[in-house]
Design a protein around this ligand. Structure first.
Ligand code: 2M8
Length: 440
């Protein structure tokens, strides 16, 4: 071995190990995030998984997204979990008998033959579909991949902007802390205080049989998650009829919608449809995002508590995700780049990866789920955003750090942003998937 071929061999080993994770977690029609902790199909996980899987099998990557949109509701929503009928009910909580989509969700258009949850996750799917297509356009065309996906992705975005724009700002609101994907982010602490938790004896937390309690949300959090989901279900999952006591305009969720709307314009072109409505919608969303959620003093975007009609002052990484938006005003981009490397997120000074929450924030905890640890899907998005806005050396450094941390933690679900120590599940699918993508 010479000194020069060592890195190449290390990359090849990492690629092989990441591929093995995705092959092991493939179920025949889709990929589980983790066989232990999350043994079903998750919405935004599948999008990131497809982005990695396209390098192993473009066809499988297409099927990953097709199986997810196959469970779409008639109102356009893509559910956050598609349950596998082969997995025992007690393998994950809340299970299909809690959500009862095929009965409770009938009026809102839930499918009859598949059990799903009734809430959603960040709309990163059109972006994933475009990237999957690009990897192998011939197979995609032969299979009619984009033709089948296009109307479903358009209906998904329509749902969010039709049924979830509670303020008239032209932005989508999330109605449950599981929807933005950052379950126990300190940003939700304030809005959640208004929610009466479901009694602890009314549910059983299966997650604690696989995960360390100190690295998971608390029982009090879970009581509130259960209450909100049960109330939504008991209102037939109809947004117009549900009071939605938790409603938040989240910048990351909306930024991904914008990136996906741009991707949808490209998809529309590929399938011979007019891309202009998508471009216009992406620009209108970008204006709304900057107008309502940009906070110049913080140097980043902050969430808005819709019910409390107030800004949520906590700095969460969700407020940096708009870096993936192409047409941001220059002053916003400059400020965001400063914040990524500044004292609150400290990339390149103290931490290896961008943390999920303000390093100086009162609630920061380097091990507890979305209250500080670094997440691989988020760092993949930030790497892309940095590159998009010309910060190539920061993007290169982040790419190396993501690959080191992914391999070093055996593809952990999340890591301590300072040390890279792994937490949560290992052999976690999106960690392997984004590593594969960054290696390609
Ligand atoms: C986590 O969320 C689920 C609920 O959806 C859970 O804790 O049981 C989050 O990290 C979420 O972002 C992720 O999609 C999901 C599966 O990986 O796990």
């Amino acid at each position: 071995t010479t000194l020069t071929d060592r890195p190449a061999r290390a990359r090849e080993r990492l690629r092989r190990d990441a591929a093995r994770v995705l092959l092991t977690n493939w179920t025949g029609t889709s990929t589980v995030p983790s066989h232990t902790l999350y043994p079903h199909q998750w919405s935004w996980d599948s999008a990131f998984i497809a982005i990695g899987l396209r390098h192993l099998s473009p066809r499988r990557a297409q099927r990953e997204l097709e199986s997810l949109v196959g469970a779409q509701w008639a109102d356009g929503r893509i559910p956050h979990i598609v349950f596998s009928p082969r997995v025992p009910l007690d393998a994950y909580f809340p299970s299909p008998d809690f959500w009862r989509s095929s009965t409770a969700g009938r009026a809102a258009g839930a499918p009859a033959g598949t059990e799903t949850s009734g809430i959603v996750q960040p709309p990163v799917h059109a972006l994933a579909a475009a990237l999957v297509h690009e990897r192998d356009p011939a197979t995609s065309r032969r299979r009619g991949f984009l033709e089948r996906l296009y109307p479903r992705l358009a209906a998904w975005h329509d749902y969010l902007l039709r049924d979830r724009d509670f303020t008239g700002h032209g932005l989508a609101s999330v109605v449950h802390p599981w929807e933005p994907g950052m379950d126990n982010s300190p940003c939700w602490d304030g809005p959640l205080r208004r929610i009466t938790p479901a009694p602890p004896e009314s549910f059983r937390r299966v997650d604690l049989t696989h995960g360390d309690a100190a690295a998971r949300p608390t029982d009090l959090d879970y009581g509130r998650y259960v209450r909100l989901a049960a109330d939504y279900r008991d209102h037939g999952y109809r947004d117009a009829g549900t009071p939605h006591p938790f409603a938040v305009e989240d910048p990351g969720f909306n930024a991904l919608l914008i990136a996906s709307e741009h991707a949808l314009a490209g998809i529309a072109e590929q399938v011979g449809r007019d891309p202009r409505p998508h471009r216009e919608r992406a620009e209108a969303l970008t204006d709304a995002l900057v107008r309502h959620l940009w906070q110049p003093k913080a140097g980043m975007f902050l969430c808005r508590d819709v019910r409390g009609d107030s800004v949520i002052e906590d700095r969460s990484v969700t407020g940096l995700l708009p870096l993936v938006v192409p047409s941001l005003p220059g002053h916003v981009v400059d400020a965001l780049l400063g914040t990524v490397t500044g004292e609150h997120f400290g990339l390149g000074t103290g931490t290896r990866l961008v943390a999920s929450y303000d390093l100086r924030g009162p609630a920061f905890d380097p091990a507890r789920y979305w209250r500080g640890p670094a997440w691989f899907n988020i760092n993949w998005l930030l790497e892309r955003g940095l590159r998009l806005h010309g910060a190539a050396s920061e993007a290169d450094a982040l790419r190396r750090a993501v690959l080191d941390a992914a391999g070093g933690s055996r593809f952990a679900e999340y890591v301590d942003p300072y040390t890279g120590e792994g937490h949560g599940a290992n052999r976690f699918s999106w960690t392997a998937a984004v590593a594969l993508d960054l290696l390609a």
